[in-house]
Design a binder for this molecule. Structure first.
Ligand code: ADP
Ligand code: MG
Length: 342
């Protein structure tokens, strides 16, 4: 027994020695950095960066990330009639529909964010989004009657999820799930997971401003950072240190329709059917990209007071918002300053 212990100890020591040697070697060998460039996907612009021991490993990681993103896009795009989400939208009122594990996880998360935000985040806004899209293409503003009618088909509590069977069912006819406020964040987390699994040194995934990083940034940088633009005052932009944190920006000032001097955002208040107007930009810092994505949409709906109060109540989440009536000012939650770089 004694001999065996000695051998074990020796093995452990040599293991430690090898690990240290590998670590020292990694510290001094400059990493390979590969960037995917910009790709149009999920209705937005996607960019992936990988930091690895060699270019081939970095490229493999980028490919793995894109495979994941492609898969999420195929499953959760409500504009594609063949996506799994569209199949659900077409049949879940008539019968219970079996859901793939990825999509079921997103539907469960969406319901949690609806509960957390008192319904400000609600992925059943599909019927309202349809009215908004009609306005975007034809300029025809929704009438109050149309909004009323659409709202009868909106409501997360009318989506019945069965975790043991992994099925979904709608309680009202004509309901439409729209995962536009959460799927990009979910996709970023999943892509980061795939890159980490390959054991590379670091990486970043950006799906239209839903961003998450991990590990070592491209040298000589010490941190992963992103620039936060103030849409109305270029000089008042901020730089944020991300590292293991995720970020999402909503209320994108580029996505709105203007009519009669009024702006219509693509983020809709499920309670009124109106578009969210109080905040022109909402940036959320959170441990996961999915959380940042959903909460950025929710805070856009909740507005300055209620939105910031919600974020202050969540210990690991911070927000930076810009109000429509004070576009030159960046408003921070109390912990956000810790992530700002001068
Ligand atoms: P973006 O898609 O520009 O990144 P968001 O993450 O805020 O912005 O998502 C907005 C999208 O989410 C809309 O285009 C629509 O598909 C959907 N959506 C709109 N209002 C809501 C809401 N109240 N809750 C959940 N999803 C919403
Ligand atoms: Mg969002």
């Amino acid at each position: 027994m004694k001999v065996k212990l000695d051998v074990l100890f020796g093995l452990l020591l040599s293991g430690l020695y090898i690990a240290t040697a590998v670590w020292v070697h990694r510290q001094y060998k400059p990493p390979a950095v590969e960037n995917s460039g910009f790709h149009l996907m999920m209705g937005t612009v996607v960019q992936v960066t990988a930091v690895a021991d060699n270019p081939a490993a970095a490229r493999r990681a980028i490919q793995a990330a894109f495979d994941v993103l492609q898969n999420v896009q195929r499953t959760m795009n409500d504009r594609d009639p063949n996506s799994e989400l569209s199949q659900i939208n077409q049949t879940a009122f008539e019968q219970e529909v079996q859901v793939s594990p990825d999509l079921f996880a997103v539907l469960c998360a969406a319901r949690q964010y609806s509960q957390l935000t008192n319904g400000a985040f609600d992925s059943t806004v599909g019927p309202l989004v349809a009215l908004w899209r009609r306005m975007e293409t034809t300029g025809i503003e929704p009438t109050p009657e149309e909004i009323q009618e659409a709202r009868r088909r909106v409501g997360y509590e009318k989506v019945i999820l069965n975790p043991t069977q992994q099925t979904v069912r709608f309680e009202a006819e004509g309901m439409r799930l729209d995962l536009g406020g959460i799927a990009k964040g979910y996709a970023v987390d999943a892509a980061i997971g795939a890159m980490k699994e390959l054991g590379i040194r670091g990486g970043m995934v950006d799906v239209g401003g839903n961003i998450r990083c991990f590990g070592t940034p491209p040298p000589p940088a010490k941190h992963w950072t992103i620039g936060l633009q103030n849409p109305r005052a270029e000089a008042l932009s901020a730089k944020i240190r991300l590292d293991e944190l995720a970020v999402a920006t909503s209320g994108d000032y580029r996505r709105f329709v203007e009519k009669g001097g009024k702006r219509f955002s693509h983020i809709l208040n499920p309670a009124t059917g109106e578009s969210a107007a109080e905040l022109i930009s909402v940036t959320i810092l959170a441990p996961s990209a999915m959380e940042a994505d959903a909460l950025s949409t929710a805070v856009s709906v909740l507005g300055r007071e209620k939105g910031l109060a919600l974020i202050e109540s969540l210990p690991e989440v911070e927000a930076i918002v810009i109000a429509a009536d004070k576009p030159e000012e960046l408003i921070f939650t109390s912990g956000a300053a810790a992530y700002l770089l001068k």
